[in-house]
Every structure is written in structure tokens, then in C-alpha cells.
Ligand binder design. Structure first.
Ligand code: 5AD
Ligand code: SF4
Length: 466
């Protein structure tokens, strides 16, 4: 029997990369690779990179410096370690990586992960390999079927890609260049994936895509299905207790999605809806294709469909030419909407994007100052949102044993971590939890009834769906 080869993947960036890492694991499992958490002992190390902001790509080169040492050490011990760079930095800067980092054996773009075994063979037999082709018809052609064991190890919550790429071309963003044009997977394939995951114990499915609510995959009736209709269909799959989707664009919120929130208890009332700025002039310069007021109206539509809905968002401060007044419009929007959570970033020019050519830059000091003010406001909203849970009883989907012995951790509808003292057989169940306190970002609570007596009725498919 041959000893399995070891694979270590380090992922940066978005959920799509987490999902892609799993795809790479599945592809390489067929070749006899098993995952290891320790890069030093790996036969193949893959850096699954992110190009969205400057820091994200700079991290790759410093990580490659560390890996070069590990690779040399492996060679001294008579072992061969191959290093691959995958993800969006590979796609955008493939040639440069080959020049700048001689330690790298393989550079592979997100469209070509199914070629990893061949690229590895090529690297072994002929030297370094680069594949960053963009064959659109290849997208989704090969999503390997994970073995049931692999699915089980994915736990209670899993991502499923439903669309990839983006046609929006926000002027600051590399995604349309690194991930390509927007493509949706057919409904039947998604149903298959979700059914298999649910049969293997997954209770929560997050549909992912760079512009997920632009979804328009072909349905079994031959028509293009919008995201809301897809969610309606997935909600009736036995075992699916919770559905989520990410990331949405305000322009693509159609009535089907609003109706899905109105009609589906399984669809969680927590929506990530990036706005980036609260100033119309900046939104136009960003090519966001909506105004601040249009965004507010989208939020209102969600709120009228489901009153307990909460939002998170993304913001960029210091976009070229952003004035203090325009920044204040962003603060005003945040104050008005009231977010449960939000991510905020300093603008970073990305080579090849239209905004990178804009001249009116905002100074680093101003950016820091604005980011600080915005984050303070967001933090205060997030804390208030979390504190509001104290004293209430909320449904928690339990996911795993926590670090503290005897504690089990799960998530609320709003993705807040919630800890209780309980036996581990509650994992995979949704149970009501009385929240007693807040420790940093975690809710601490207790099960009002014995978990042995509590019925897991919310997990049963009959209670899910319209
Ligand atoms: N600079 C700063 N933030 C960016 N983002 C995307 N591109 C840039 C950039 N060039 C942020 C946006 C997006 C999130 C994923 O990353 O807020 O929604
Ligand atoms: Fe990038 Fe999102 Fe804009 Fe698409 S919609 S270009 S992914 S920021």
C-alpha cells in the first residue's frame, strides 16, 4: 500500500475561496492526497490567494518566503515539497509570480483547479507550470463529487456555489477580471449537491457567488430561475433547516427574493448587502449603479417582508476624491440603517481597474481617520445588536464542541456565536436558548428545557418551507 501524500491548503479572502479549497481537496483526494494542518510536512502546499485588496496579495509573497525555508528543509531531509499558488492573485499576476518567486512550482487560476493533477505531474516531470487560461465554458464543468466521509467532516454548515463571476464592473474591483463573467449553475445540479449534503448531516446551506442574487440558472422547466425561486425549491429538501446566501448586489434584489424572505422560515433573516458608500457622487464614480436612496428603498422592501431581518454591509473609505462631506453621508447612512455587523476597508487601488487611474487620491492619514470613525460607529451598532439578545430566547443551530470543556457552540439566525453547557448530542439540532450574557462577540446562554426532552422539531423538513 502506498503512503498517502500530504496536502496543505492555506486560504485567504472570501467564502468562495473556502469553497474552492474544498474543491481542490476533493480533486486531489482522487490522486491519493490527504489534508494536513502542518505545512512543513506537506508534499504539496497550495496558497489559495485573494487579490481584492493590497494587503491580501502582499501576504502571499511573505508566506512564500516562509515556505521557501520549509521547502529547503524538506529537500535536506530527502523529501520533495511542491508549492502551488492558486486563487485570484494567481489569475491576475501569474507571470509575475513565476518571475518573482522561483520557489513556486505551479500557478493555477480559479478556472483551472480540475487540472491540478496534470499540473502537478507536469511540474514533477518538466518543471514549473502556469495555467491561468480563462475558458468560460470550462466553468463548473468539473466539480468533483466528494466522498460521504469528506462531506461528514464538513460539519453542520456548508457552502454551495450557485454562480461565479461578476458583470457589474465596480470601478474599484478586480473580481470581474479575476473571476470572469457571471455564470450560473443549473438548478438540478444545485439540488443534487444540497440533497447529498443534507443526507450526510449538513443542516445549514449557504449559497455563494460573487454576485449571488444575479443568479439565473436553468431550471428543470428550461426557464432561467431567479435566486428566490431556487431558495423556495431548496427549502423543501428534507434535512435543510437553514438557508443563507451571499454576496448580494442591491441592484439585483428582485421580488422573488423578497417573497422568499416572506415565505420561507428556513431562509435566515440576515442579509449581507454591501453599499460601499452613502454618497451618490461616490456611488456613481464607483459604478455601483444605484443611489443611496435606492439602497434605502431596497432595505425597506426586505424589512416589510420580514420584520426581524437584520443587515450587514461592506464599506470603502477614501475612494478617490471622497470629501469629508461625502464620508459623512456614509456615516449618516449607517446611522439610519442600523447594521448588525459590517466590514469596512480603506480604498486600495487595484492595477487594471478604472479607479486605479483616478487622480484625486485621499491621503493615508485621512483614510485612517475616516476608517476609525466608521468602525467605531459600526462597532457600537454591532454591540447594541448583540446586547439586545440578552434576556431573550433565540434559536441556535449547534455546530460543535467549544473550547471550554462541556460547552457546545452554535449560531443564531444572525450568525452570532452562542455557547451553552450541554451534551454533545445537541450538535446538528436547532434549540431555543435563553441568552444570559455577552462575552465579547459571543452570546452565553442556557437551554430552558433539558435537551433530552426538547423536540428537535425545527430540524424536521415538514416544518420548513411554505
Ligand atoms: N479597495 C478596498 N476595498 C475593496 N473591496 C473590493 N475592492 C476593494 C478595493 N480596491 C471591498 C468591497 C467589497 C469587499 C469584498 O471588499 O467593500 O464589497
Ligand atoms: Fe466587485 Fe461586487 Fe462590484 Fe462585482 S458587484 S464588481 S464583485 S464589488
Amino acid at each position: 500500500m502506498t503512503t498517502p501524500r500530504k496536502l496543505h491548503i492555506k486560504s485567504y479572502g472570501c467564502q468562495m475561496n473556502v469553497y474552492d479549497a474544498q474543491r481542490m481537496v476533493d480533486t486531489l483526494a482522487v490522486e491519493g492526497f490527504v489534508e494536513t494542518a502542518n505545512a512543513e510536512e506537506a508534499d504539496l502546499v497550495i496558497l489559495n490567494t485573494c487579490h481584492i485588496r493590497e494587503k491580501a496579495s502582499e501576504k502571499v509573497y511573505s508566506e512564500l518566503g516562509r515556505l521557501r525555508v520549509a521547502k529547503d528543509e524538506a529537500a535536506r531531509q530527502g523529501r520533495e515539497m511542491k508549492i502551488a499558488v492558486a486563487g485570484c492573485v494567481a489569475q491576475a499576476e501569474g507571470e509575475e509570480i513565476i518571475h518573482r518567486a522561483p520557489t513556486v512550482d505551479i500557478v493555477v487560476g480559479p478556472q483551472s483547479y480540475h487540472h491540478l493533477p496534470q499540473l502537478l505531474k507536469h511540474a514533477k516531470e518538466h518543471g514549473r507550470a502556469l495555467e491561468t487560461e480563462f475558458p468560460i465554458e470550462d466553468k463548473f464543468v468539473f466539480v468533483p463529487q466528494p466522498k460521504p466521509d469528506a462531506i461528514r467532516s464538513r460539519g453542520i454548515s456548508a457552502f454551495v456555489t450557485v454562480q461565479e463571476g461578476c458583470d457589474k464592473f465596480c470601478t474599484f474591483c478586480v473580481v470581474p477580471y479575476t473571476r470572469g463573467a457571471e455564470v450560473s449553475r443549473p438548478v438540478a445540479k444545485i439540488i443534487d449537491d444540497v440533497t447529498r449534503l443534507a443526507e450526510n448531516g449538513v443542516r445549514e446551506i449557504t449559497l455563494i457567488g460573487q454576485n449571488v442574487n444575479a443568479y439565473h440558472g436553468e431550471g428543470p422547466d428550461g426557464c432561467a430561475w431567479p435566486l428566490g425561486k431556487l431558495l423556495q425549491r431548496l427549502a423543501v429538501i428534507p434535512g435543510v433547516a437553514r438557508l443563507r446566501y451571499s454576496t448580494s448586489h442591491p441592484r439585483d434584489v428582485d421580488d422573488s427574493l423578497i417573497e422568499a424572505h416572506r415565505d420561507l422560515p428556513a431562509l435566515m433573516p440576515f442579509v449581507h448587502l454591501p453599499v460601499q458608500s452613502g454618497a451618490d457622487r461616490i456611488l456613481a464614480a464607483m459604478n455601483r449603479k444605484h443611489t443611496a436612496d435606492e439602497y434605502r428603498r431596497v432595505i425597506d422592501r426586505f424589512r416589510s417582508a420580514r420584520q426581524d431581518i437584520a443587515f450587514s454591509s461592506d464599506f470603502i473609505v477614501g475612494f478617490p476624491g471622497e470629501t469629508e462631506r461625502e464620508f459623512c453621508a456614509t456615516l449618516a447612512l449607517v446611522t439610519q440603517i442600523g447594521y448588525a455587523a459590517a466590514y469596512s476597508f480603506k480604498y486600495s487601488p487595484r492595477p487594471g481597474t478604472p479607479a486605479a487611474e483616478m487622480r484625486e487620491t485621499v491621503s493615508a492619514a485621512e483614510m485612517d481617520e475616516r476608517l476609525g470613525r466608521l468602525q467605531e460607529l459600526i462597532d457600537s451598532q454591532q454591540s447594541a445588536f448583540n446586547r439586545a439578545a440578552i434576556g431573550t430566547t433565540v434559536d441556535v443551530l449547534f455546530e460543535r464542541a467549544a473550547r471550554n470543556p462541556g460547552q457546545i457552540v452554535g449560531r443564531t439566525a444572525y450568525l452570532q456565536p452562542a455557547h451553552v453547557m450541554a451534551p454533545s448530542d445537541i450538535i446538528g439540532r436547532i434549540l431555543p436558548v435563553k441568552i444570559g450574557s455577552l462575552e465579547r462577540y459571543s452570546l452565553i446562554g442556557e437551554l430552558p428545557t433539558s435537551p433530552l426532552l426538547a423536540t428537535p422539531s425545527r430540524n424536521l423538513p415538514t416544518t420548513i418551507g411554505a
